[in-house]
Design a binder for this molecule. Structure first.
Ligand code: DGI
Ligand code: FE
Ligand code: FE
Length: 205
């Protein structure tokens, strides 16, 4: 029998199981099926969401030093915040590995991997789905607001993205870590959508 449509996903799954630490592999599975569920709720392409969710942290097994060296080796452009916080680079190196090691060519999947950590202003539907799935998958317990964020993610994805970015910026503001320009732009963009909706519901009530 020839190759079946799910074969590539299975092959990538096997490879990730070998390379990722156990907890990271389980998180990737969580993001994989949460991305599928969000794609169902919001009418996105389910196999693309599944592939992007599965692969989003494919570079997360590397140390900061190796991530930094790898980005320089392959001429990957880094922002100032990435230069100073190399952990952020796993998103861009992940996109590079998805392309080169895992032979993903779909630009929508690749950009969903690239922006899964910082988000960005005016994300595509697939980018929002992977960004959100990463934060709300069942094994996550980082945020006190998770129940509210999980509910929002399935009803109003832009509101879910806003709540996640708001949580992340509060966390970063209370740490010594730099805020990436892309994260700040993403926050401003989704805050404006949030504020517009709040104003509208005030006006009509
Ligand atoms: O790789 P994961 O742990 O699954 O999740 P992730 O890729 O979303 O990375 C989460 C971390 O990224 C979290 O600790 C917050 C951090 N982060 C997100 N935006 C920024 C940031 N860190 C810095 N320094 N600057 C940012 O703008
Ligand atoms: Fe990540
Ligand atoms: Fe992740």
């Amino acid at each position: 029998m020839g190759k079946q449509p799910g074969d590539k996903m299975d092959e990538i799954d096997e490879a990730l199981k070998k390379i990722l630490p156990r907890k990271r592999y389980r998180h990737s599975q969580g993001v994989r099926y949460t991305a599928c569920a969000l794609a169902m709720a919001h009418g996105a392409d389910i196999p693309k969401a599944e592939m992007a969710g599965l692969l989003h942290d494919c570079a997360k097994y590397m140390s900061d030093k190796v991530l930094y060296r790898t980005s320089k080796k392959y001429d990957i452009d880094l922002s100032e915040a990435e230069e100073r916080n190399p952990a952020l680079i796993h998103a861009k190196v992940g996109e590079y590995f998805a392309k080169t090691k895992y032979k993903v060519t779909d630009p929508e999947i690749l950009s969903a991997i690239r922006y899964h950590t910082t988000g960005r202003a005016d994300m595509t539907l697939l980018e929002k789905i992977v960004f959100t799935a990463d934060y709300i998958e069942p094994m996550r317990f980082k945020s006190a607001h998770l129940p509210e964020i999980r509910r929002a993610a399935f009803c109003d994805l832009d509101e879910g993205v806003y709540l996640i970015l708001s949580d992340t910026l509060h966390y970063l503001a209370n740490s010594t870590k730099d805020i990436d320009k892309t994260t700040a732009e993403a926050y401003n963009f989704y805050k404006e959508i949030h504020d517009r909706k709040s104003k509208h519901s005030e006006d009509v009530s």
